[in-house]
Structures are given as C-alpha cells and as structure tokens.
Design a protein around this ligand. Structure first.
Ligand code: PLP
Length: 402
C-alpha cells in the first residue's frame, strides 16, 4: 500500500532526538530556543515562539488580542476544523466565507463579511499556496473598514484595525512577492503536526510580525509567559542558582514545545529548502505533467508571478463529477493499494457547525472545489516508480467510472 504522507524519519533525526534524551533536558530548553532562532532566520519575520501545536498558537493569539463573546472572526469555510474551533473556544462567532478557484479564501467574500464586530481574519494557505496577502492587508487598512473597527482591549486599540492571523499550517517555505510565509501578515502560525511538510511529531510556531508601535521581542516574552501558565520563569530559568522563586501573573495556558520535538524540527529545517521542497516540487510537477494529458483532470495552480507553493498536498479535481462519483473513484484507487484523501470537507457540512445554523449552500465555490477533489500522496520518500503507480491508479479508476 502506498501511504498518504508518512513522516521522513532517518538516522539524522533519530540521533538528534537521542542526543536530547541523554542531555538531561527534555522539555522546553536550549533546542527549542535554537529552533525558534532558526525559524526566524528562515522566514525573515522579527520573532518566533514555538508552541505545542498550531491550534494552540492560533488560540493563544486570539486570547492575546482579547477575542471574546460578541466578536466575529472571519474564517474560510474550506479548511481544517482547528481554524474555526479555536474561535469557538474564545466564545466568539465564526463567520465562514467562500473560497476562490485556487481553494483559498476569497477576498471579495471577506470584504462582504466585515462588520463592526470583526476582530480577526484567519486566511489559510490551503495546500501550501499563499493567499492574496496584498489584497487582504490592504483591505484591513482601508479607511472605511478601519473606521468601523471598535477596539475593546489595549491590544486592539494599539493595532486600531482587524488583525490578520494567518493559518500557515501547510505553507512553511511558500513564497509571496519573494517573501516567505511567516513574514507576510501581522501574525502567522505554522503547524509541525506529523503529516505536515516540516514535522516535530506535534508542534507549532507563532511568527510575530506586528507593526510599530508593537515591540515583537517584548511581545515574545509576554506570550512565552502566557503559554506557560502565566509563570514568570520557565523551568530552565528556575534551575539557575538562587532563581527558584517565581510568580504567576495570569491564568495562562500550557502550550510550550519540548526539546524532543524541537530536535526533530532542527534537523528538518536545516534540509528543508534544498532537499524537502525540491522533492515535493518534483512530485507536484510530475503529477501535473501526467494529468494534463486528460480532459477530465483539473490540475491545481501552485505558482504564478507572485506566489509559489510549499507543495504540501496535491489537490486534483475531476471535472464534472459530484460527491458520489468522486467517492466511487476514491474507493477504486484504494483498491489499487494507493492511499488518497480529501482536503477538506468544508466545515459547514460538519455536524457541529451545521447544528449552529451554517448552510453549505452559502459557500458554492467551496462545495464545488470539495465535491470533485482527490488529494494525492506527496512526501519525501515517495519514489518515481510510486508516482507512476499513483498516476496509473487514478487514471484507471477515473476512466472506468466516467
Ligand atoms: C493541521 C492543520 C491545523 C492544526 O495544526 P495542529 O498543529 O495539528 O494544531 C490548522 N489548520 C490547518 C489548515 C491544518 O491543516
């Protein structure tokens, strides 16, 4: 069976993890701090805080900005549940909006959804392809939009407009106008979950890039405390001679990354651009070259004059089919020993959100994108021969169904 996206685990990773295990320091410590510095250097934003997951990072930033009951947060209907669930945790209202043909959030739809209650927009770089950030950043700064913003916390007053909190769970290494994700909006969140491009088993990072007068380094210190129970010293700092005493300045969260996780990330990041991304691009290019030959295939856009993907998942669409035929095709592909997937079932179709009153009919492009979509395997160890097997399995399954 060809798996969908196994992690790349080799001797280098194992050695680095073992080194951490024997070092006597396994929770947040020197390796996490080093990983943060390397991520900052990699993407070019001012400052990075590593956390236990992207979900934790998203929620931490919504809490920091003071998002609460009565507020609205704009989220694409087409994303993984984490993007919207964290808004629910804060007691705020999720405002789903429709997508464009490239699967990403539609800026036109965002504009229509903005109200005086809007506090945050969470664009998601689906499959690693950056959203239209110039347009989104311009929109939140437009005077008519900025005028209707009602700040309710010191952070909201200081920003004076809607916060753009980018969900880059898929898109580390993706580029927009030559800059990497992480460095494109106020705050960007990476995920290092096991199936993501760059993994630490579980983990995430908060990339801070807030405009002046915010001080991103100062904010890092604040968030570091907020992500560790509001404790003024982390475990490593408390270990220093005479430094045992600490204070709790707020009821914070437990969202820190461990050095075991960071040790995997350090190895992954070092070889990410020259090795991981090169291989992923090769797989994307190979799929596109093959599927372009068939009129039923709609290949995804993954670069244009402004953007380059991080090649996270390959979102193939089959023209003119609905959910039922798509599901039949997927069944046939699995029977040929190839794992595929669907990214994503739009959230208004999920029980919780359906019960909350969202209707899928309100997001026709997201539905259209979903109903004919099949995600193909993309991972470092996928060989050229396996790529050919995947292509053949898809072609045979589609052609025997249509
Ligand atoms: C995986 C994923 C997340 C959540 O990442 P975790 O690190 O597992 O919390 C958030 N958003 C999207 C779009 C994802 O695919």
């Amino acid at each position: 069976m060809i798996p969908f996206s196994p992690p790349r685990i080799d001797k280098k990773i194992v050695d680095e993890v073992v080194d951490t295990l024997y070092s006597g320091w396994i929770t947040t410590g020197p390796k996490t701090k080093k990983f943060e510095k390397n991520l900052t250097r990699y993407a070019g934003h001012p400052c990075t805080l590593c956390v236990s997951s992207a979900s934790a990072g998203l929620e931490l930033m919504l809490r920091w900005f003071g998002v609460t009951k009565g507020d609205e947060v704009i989220v694409p209907a087409y994303t993984y549940a984490a993007t919207a669930n964290v808004v629910e945790h804060c007691g705020a209202k999720v405002i789903f909006v429709d997508s464009g043909n490239d699967f990403n959030i539609s800026v036109k739809a965002i504009e229509k959804a903005v109200t005086p209650h809007t506090k945050v927009i969470i664009p998601v770089d689906i499959a690693g392809y950056p959203c239209d950030y110039d347009e989104i950043n311009d929109l939140v700064r437009r005077s008519d939009i900025q005028k209707q913003f009602i700040p309710a916390t010191p952070e909201q007053s200081q920003l004076g407009r809607i916060l753009v909190l980018s969900d880059a769970a898929h898109s580390i290494g993706g580029r927009y106008n030559g800059k990497r994700t992480g460095n494109l909006t106020d705050v960007t969140i990476y995920s290092f979950h096991a199936v993501k491009n760059l993994t630490t088993a579980e983990g995430g990072a908060v990339c801070l890039n807030l405009p002046a007068p915010f001080d991103n380094d100062k904010l890092y210190n604040q968030l570091n405390i907020k992500s560790l129970h509001g404790q003024t010293k982390d475990a490593l700092a408390k270990m220093q001679v005479g430094s045992w005493r600490y204070d709790i300045i707020e009821p914070g969260y437990k969202y820190n990354m461990t050095d075991i996780q960071a040790s995997i990330g350090l190895v992954e990041l070092e070889r990410y651009d020259d090795d991981m991304l090169v291989r992923r691009k090769h797989i994307f290019d190979s799929y596109t070259r093959e599927f372009r030959k068939y009129s039923w295939a709609r290949v995804p856009e993954y670069s244009n004059d402004r953007k380059t993907s991080s090649f996270h998942v390959y979102l193939l669409r089959i023209n003119g089919i609905g959910e039922t035929l798509r599901d039949t095709i997927i069944q046939k592909i699995f029977e040929k020993e190839v794992s595929v997937n669907v990214h994503f079932i739009p959230l208004p179709m999920m029980t919780w959100y359906k019960q909350s009153g969202y209707r899928m009919e309100d997001y026709p492009v997201a539905y259209e994108n979903f109903s004919g979509e099949i995600s193909l395997p993309v991972y470092y160890d996928l060989t050229d021969e396996q790529i050919r097997t995947v292509v053949q399995a898809v072609v045979d399954s589609v052609q025997s169904t249509l």
